[in-house]
Design a protein around this ligand. Sequence first.
Ligand code: PA5
Length: 492
Amino acid sequence: MHNAAIDRNNRNRELFHPGNEYIKQNNLSLDISYIVNPADGEPFISRDELESFTPDIITKHVMLKNGEGDCKDGDIPMLGWQSLPDEITIGHLDEITSVTDELAGKIDAFVSLGIGGSYLGIEATFRALSHTWFNQLSREQRGGLPEIYFLGQNTDPDFFSDTLDLLKGKRIGLNVISKSGTTTETAIAFRILRAMLEKDKGTNSAEYIIATTDKNKGALRELTGQKNYPSFVVPDNVGGRFSVLTDVGLVGLAMAGINIYEFVAGFRHMKKSTEHDDFWTNPALVHAAVRHLAHEKGKKIEVVATNSSAMYQLTRWMEQLFPESEGHHGFGMWVSPSMYSEKLHANGQMVQDGERNILETFLKLTECNHTVAIPTDPDNFDNLNYLADSGMTMNDVNALVIDGPAYAHFRGGVPNMTLTIPGRNAFNVGQFYYLMERSVALSGYLAGHNPFIQPGVEAYKKAMFALAGKPGSEARGEKIRAEINGMDRTVI
Ligand code: PA5
């Protein structure tokens, strides 16, 4: 299929600079009423407490903006994500779409290879904004776009092989994404898919592979030079989990037909809304303050629940952003992504009645892409005609799967806040990401550690490499094996 068939409606460049009306319609709001009002006696966190906390959080906020504080990975301050929304040009986005349009025109399926920050934001945005069954639609229904797959995010041989089954006989294109260029999961998947492509296309295989990696260093950069792959760069000063707005995210999103012009505009708008110092009108400051004080008051788990399967993927992105940035030196809240009302019929029991160590955050989608009516049933066997008779739709019920639990959980001792997302568009998802990035950066600073590194992730890698017999790690491997074997094993 020629790339002219790609639906240009998804590429509305005008949304790079949205008008005031559009911005007004797409306002993300944060409701903390069930934090600051008393459920039973005292409020969980009073407005006065938040007020008193203001000087502390403003200090950290100003430090971040000035590039001060513990923010370096090696010698590099990892604060590039802060200014990125203002730095990305429309010309750069045009370059990306021209590369992805050209590749899209000659493939049936696009595979994005990456893990952690080189994966989660791309899949989350794709799922948040695309048709639920995107790959099952006809090419025409997909607006001329290829099918989209993700690999390299785990080493499950069945998941990998089953995905290859779906790719059989299709013309595939790849985007291999790795900042370090050495991440095992991604590298194994790439090795296999590259071999498949080389077998199929011979020397032309390079036309079907995009590499997104460090500008100068790493194994992937070296291979890219040798093979002449079209390539994109992961900036030095942006960490993996903060990188969805860099080429790490933008290339795959452009390929999936997401409006990356609008996406950047969303980030830019939230940057503007969160860089000033007025506590009560800055959602990043309020969000970070509530979470920090909640942690101090014994909340160790944050259930992040949504009423949208599409938005559920954003909660999975949060599951990386927050614990990887906050989980240092014994600090941090465990983020538990949840889709309501599904989970209300599962661990919802524990949220309502279990140990009171939970803070809850709702991502409430108010405008869905579809409205589903509830029909009247002449037999009314399920007694639900009252819904139909009052004109309620499935959408109205879906709003209540947030409103009902928010009230009940509040009364049950689970303070909660609701971030309302007015609709499924790239502007709102961009706003959401920037808000959370700023909030988690503040959280790390408030806790007194560097939120931009993840030394804990390295420990598993070292052990795994050593056990796999990586050259140079043999002695460590032997030591670990001896330790494991020497242990009194209890296996039943
Ligand atoms: O947030 C992070 O930095 C990590 O999750 C990384 O993104 C992840 O480990 C993948 O790393 P790389 O892009 O180097 O393959």
